[in-house]
Design a protein around this ligand. Structure first.
Ligand code: TXA
Ligand code: MG
Length: 332
């Protein structure tokens, strides 16, 4: 079982050293919790895959402390990527860039690209700073959940999902509830114009405000070979045990999640009443987990429209609803 820390400066220093020794540390970020390892350490990163039960060919995001490290990890960085980085880092945005010769295949899943992000949760910012001071280059960290399941937004979720698979040398930094609650926006920066591969809190509007010309794509749901490998694009993802249905047709005894202003169908079990889409995103995965704990089998979700989080919410809820890894023959 891993040790839980609160993120004081001495604990952060201890965690940075643990990472450099090859142990795993669960890190709070403003999006979701991540399961981190020294990105330069092949066997430590391989352990992440084992703990998550994640297929080997799925790349992991490298979290860095400073823009200066971008040149260590990436090459041929387009100008627009630097503009994005300067404007939105630290923050909920991951850039996919051509990888440099320094990047191990254990990070990229053998692709020629690398995903990079500077997160902004205070404890993880300090951890990354310490880790860099001690000579580290970056932390490989996918979301700290079992493959295909709901991402964790509390340290307790991680303890519940992965506690048994982590050792007593591994650590969990408890940074409280995640501020945003859904994963970062992923932007492909390997083409002439950037493409949003996974919607998140940094939206098309944000990019347009910077006068960055975005190429809109319909990211394939079928995960075609030609597409960039993004597991968030597998048809089944973010799945609770409950079946997710989109809409307001909840029947007696079924779960119901919608904005506060929408009334509960007769007999349905109200799982949450967020007042706006920001709160909706922040509480979404907790609501999925709550439903599973209550043994609720079907959750009806009314997705909020016309807000900055609508795209991201639509993406996560549709993927959670399309399929379910708990089914006998999931299509992934
Ligand atoms: O908010 C987040 O992004 C969180 C926190 C912990 O930073 N991380 C996260 O990681 O969601 P993960 O591994 O659960 O999802 C990252 C996605 C995956 O779908 C992965 O395939 C994609 O990013 N990705 C990472 N590196 C990539 C690369 N080189 N090319 C294409 N996709 C990549
Ligand atoms: Mg994930």
């Amino acid at each position: 079982m891993p040790k839980i820390l609160q993120g004081s400066s001495s604990e952060v220093e201890y965690a940075a050293q643990a990472l450099l020794r090859g142990n795993l540390v669960v890190i709070p970020t403003e999006t979701v919790y991540g399961l981190a390892a020294d990105a330069m350490n092949k066997s430590a990163v391989k352990r992440i895959y084992r703990v998550k039960g994640r297929p080997n060919n799925h790349p992991v995001i490298v979290h860095i402390s400073d823009l200066d490290l971008l040149n260590f990890w990436a090459s041929e960085i387009p100008k627009y990527a630097r503009i994005l980085a300067t404007n939105f880092w630290p923050g909920p945005m991951t850039l996919i860039l051509r990888s440099s010769i320094n990047v191990g295949s254990w990070v990229t899943g053998n692709q020629s690209t690398v995903g990079i992000r500077i997160p902004r949760h205070i404890a993880t910012v300090s951890l990354l700073e310490k880790f860099t001071q001690f000579g580290g280059k970056g932390l490989a960290a996918p979301s700290a959940n079992k493959f295909g399941r709901v991402s964790p937004t509390l340290a307790l979720d991680v303890f519940h999902d992965l506690g048994m698979d982590l050792s007593n040398k591994d650590l969990i930094i408890d940074g409280g509830p995640c501020e945003i609650g859904i994963e970062s926006t992923i932007i492909d920066c390997t083409t002439e114009k950037p493409r949003i591969l996974r919607p998140g809190a940094i939206t098309l509007d944000h990019l347009n405000q910077l006068k960055i010309n975005v190429e809109t794509i319909q990211v394939s749901n079928k995960n075609k070979k030609s597409e960039i490998m993004t597991p968030g694009n597998l048809r089944s993802h973010y799945s609770p045990k409950a079946k997710i249905k989109i809409g307001d047709k909840a029947k007696m005894g079924e779960g119901f999640l919608a904005l506060k202003k929408i009334r509960t169908p007769t007999g349905a079990i109200r799982l949450g009443s967020p007042i706006n889409s920001i709160e909706f995103a922040r509480s979404l995965y907790q609501t999925f987990r709550k439903a599973d704990n209550l043994g609720i089998e079907v959750i009806h979700v009314v997705i909020p429209e016309d807000s900055i989080f609508s795209e991201a919410l639509k993406d996560r809820i549709q993927k959670a609803s399309t399929n379910n890894l708990y089914l006998k023959n999931p299509i992934i």
